[in-house]
Design a protein around this ligand. Structure first.
Ligand SMILES: Cc1cc2nc3c(=O)[nH]c(=O)nc-3n(C[C@H](O)[C@H](O)[C@H](O)COP(=O)(O)OP(=O)(O)OC[C@H]3O[C@@H](n4cnc5c(N)ncnc54)[C@H](O)[C@@H]3O)c2cc1C
Length: 283
């Protein structure tokens, strides 16, 4: 297991913000992760860091999930056993090359499979398509015990699962994909990338959509600099519900998130955060 010291967490998030991890453990197999969780009971686990806003505080222990399980096993007939550390792009390319698919819309998502399962990553709400459509069972570390749980016990909802904001760790997943010709999935991947270039603002570091539930009119209002800009952080004028970090700070980002939440509260409209916020000192 690699142990890194005084690590800047901003290098581990797509939003490029975050304080320091005094120790970052990078377990290289499942046994190391399990014994680490028993010994230290860490609170902070990071996958691809693509849905995280981290404050500038100091974290004693952070665990990186990038390397502990990179298994990508073809079990035949569209079934695959997939480690939580596998990158989504790698999963999709491998599954597609064997003549299967269904989640090519996640080809643009810079996360790991474990993070995608915890977040139940997918397309926008109106499409009713998410990674859990292809999940059969999930291997989880729960209360120091490794168990397999069936899909219907995973509490999958829009951008939510029993694993999000809990102590459960997703270790491995059994998935079953649709049979789709290679040319079709290749086309779908290309179309996804082209669509994202058109509609997603990747001009600056970001973490994808901020809220999983929000009001269109309010989020349009937030695109106006007078409401939606604080120092180096702003809501993207191009992509709704999307924060950009141009050398800004955690306080600016959180301030803009709270401002949008306040507007929803005043207007009596529902609003739910999609991103996960870490605060070392619980602000
Ligand atoms: C440019 C861009 C585009 C995006 N597009 C989409 C999109 O189309 N659809 C979509 O749904 N999301 C999208 N996202 C958001 C994000 O990429 C996904 O939610 C992704 O699946 C998160 O995975 P991650 O590995 O980066 O998780 P992280 O950001 O590392 O972690 C997120 C949370 O999950 C927890 N976690 C991570 N791994 C595990 C694990 N193995 N077990 C238990 N908990 C875990 C972490 O502790 C944290 O609480 C986008 C983000 C970006 C930057």
């Amino acid at each position: 297991m690699k142990i890194l010291e005084d690590v800047s967490l901003s290098n581990y998030t797509t939003f490029r913000l975050g304080g320091t991890a005094k120790k970052m453990f990078v377990p290289e197999n499942e046994a190391e992760l399990v014994s680490l969780s028993t010994e230290y009971s860490p609170r902070y686990y990071i996958g691809g860091g693509s849905n995280l806003l981290i404050d500038d505080g100091e974290y004693d222990v952070v665990v990186s999930l990038r390397a502990f399980n990179t298994k990508l096993q073809d079990d035949g007939d569209g079934c695959f056993t997939v480690g939580a550390s596998v990158r989504l792009q790698e999963l999709i390319k491998t599954v597609n090359s064997r003549g299967y698919g269904g989640i090519e819309y996640l080809f643009s998502v810079p996360g790991l499979v474990g993070g995608a399962v915890a977040m139940n990553a997918g397309r926008g709400r109106s499409y009713h398509q998410c990674i859990s459509d292809y999940i059969q069972e999930v291997k989880v570390l729960r209360n120091q015990e490794v168990i397999w749980i069936k899909k219907d016990e995973c509490g999958f909802r829009y951008r939510d699962s029993v694993f999000k904001n809990s102590n459960d760790l997703v270790l491995e997943i059994k998935m079953k994909f649709d049979s789709i010709p290679v040319e079709e999935t290749e086309k779908a991947r290309k179309e996804r990338i082209a669509l994202c270039k058109r509609v997603q603002d990747n001009s600056k570091p970001n973490f994808g959509s901020v809220f999983s539930e929000s009001n269109n009119s309010i989020m349009n209002l937030m695109r106006k600099p007078v409401f939606g800009k604080k120092g180096g952080v702003m809501y993207s004028p191009k992509t709704k519900n999307w924060l950009l970090n141009d050398n800004g700070s955690f306080d600016e980002a959180l301030g803009l998130i709270k401002r949008a939440e306040l507007f929803h509260k005043i207007a009596h409209k529902p609003c739910k955060r999609e991103i996960v916020v870490w605060s070392a000192d619980k602000r």
